[in-house]
Design a protein around this ligand. Sequence first.
Ligand code: GDP
Ligand code: IMO
Ligand code: MG
Length: 437
Amino acid sequence: MPGTCVIGLQWGDEAKGKLVDLLTPNFDIVCRYQGGSNAGHTVVTGDQVYKLHLIPSGILNPDTMNIIAPGVVLNPGTIIEELEGLKAKGITAENLMISERVHVVFPWHIAEDRALNAKKVKGESIGTTLRGIGPCYRDKVGRSFAVRLADMLREDFPERVASIVEAKNAMLAPIAGEDFEPLDAAAITAEFSGYAETLRPFVADTTNYLLDAVDESKSILFEGAQGSLLDIDHGTFPFVTSSNSSGVGISSGSGVPARSINKVVGVIKAYSTRVGGGPFPTEQENEIGQQIRDLGNEYGTTTGRPRRCGWFDAVAVRYTARLSGVSALSLMMMDVVSLLPEVKICVAYELDGQRITHFPSDADDLRRVQPIYETFEGWDTDLTAATSYDEFPDAAKAYINRIGELIGIPVEVASVGPDRAQTIVLAESVSHLAGLA
Ligand code: GDP
Ligand code: IMO
Ligand code: MG
């Protein structure tokens, strides 16, 4: 049983962190392989809440190795803060490895993110998390100004920073606005050399470690960040993140061959949310949207921004489930929709008078589509204390079945609250991974 993956099928924040934490005890390794500190994954255990940005959500289980693979972009200050936060809660994170190949996010990336995010693309700001993610990935692909974690441990690191800072100050000055303060190479070198020393014990060749693990038939759980609709190549471009956040990124980001990844669990909310700009066909900018936001506490884990809320979009999720190679669905936030007076699922779009069921590639077309809904009467039941599927009202079961039917993949887990315990097993194939069945 080598590779299983947990992938978000919407625009992020589907509660991937909860599911990864739940599945972890049955895996030898948990691996983050793309994205960076733009991610915010929440794990709730009893009275403890952990908000993880870079550290994989398997970290709470000391018997599982947690890996940050080459496809991640690493902000060293953020991960050190996270490590300190965990330590304060008694978690020493000795089971953490960071690839020497990860690219490092520097202050010039954050300055560039701020400068560019203020500008509009297709009439709207992308609304990034301002964590320097896009500029860091751009420098990685561009190569000339890229710094990997291993480079920070080399003797020539100060000269490298000095030459990059000189170029970046010249590039940033015209785009960053009047209050731009030139970056100080000496200060950055001192700060980041300190980070490198702190992180040195975690730095390793994770690619070899994972390839050995595959040879030894160890089990690996890949933890996707963001959601498939934010994928740089296949999402709602340009309103996306800068990595392959759908299933297509697992192999390139981790170094594990695609044929070793044999199960993909798609995580979906029972409705939709989106943070930042971009088209969102089923968005409810009204009382219903606010009700969902209030009931689901839909505020960003990383930035605290209110999330945009709307109905479940089966057109979008059918597309991403196919794209990400999903074989089972985990349906989260069932407790939230269970309190709404009525619930809707978008089953098709109307575009230029035509009914379509494929997901358009163009952001402008997506802005113009009219969702076609199926409406379900609400079931007004508090599900947060439910412990088995039998306790779900028939109307809730009908809603879940319809989602599975529209996506063409069975819903195997239903979540009724943030805590590990608030998880209901519907079918065997995912639940046996978690020892839940
Ligand atoms: P991730 O980025 O996909 O890991 O998701 P986030 O952590 O950003 O957002 C999910 C939020 O929903 C977190 O605050 C979780 O604690 C919470 N959560 C997870 N599952 C459920 C659920 O079934 N019901 C409710 N009400 N909240 C949940
Ligand atoms: P998790 O892993 C939700 C969104 C941003 C913005 C766009 C680009 O917690 O699900 P970026 O900073 O990546 O350049 O921003 O992507 N975004 C997320 N939205 N959840 C996330 O991560 C996100 N990571 C990025 O809001 O619209
Ligand atoms: Mg999140």
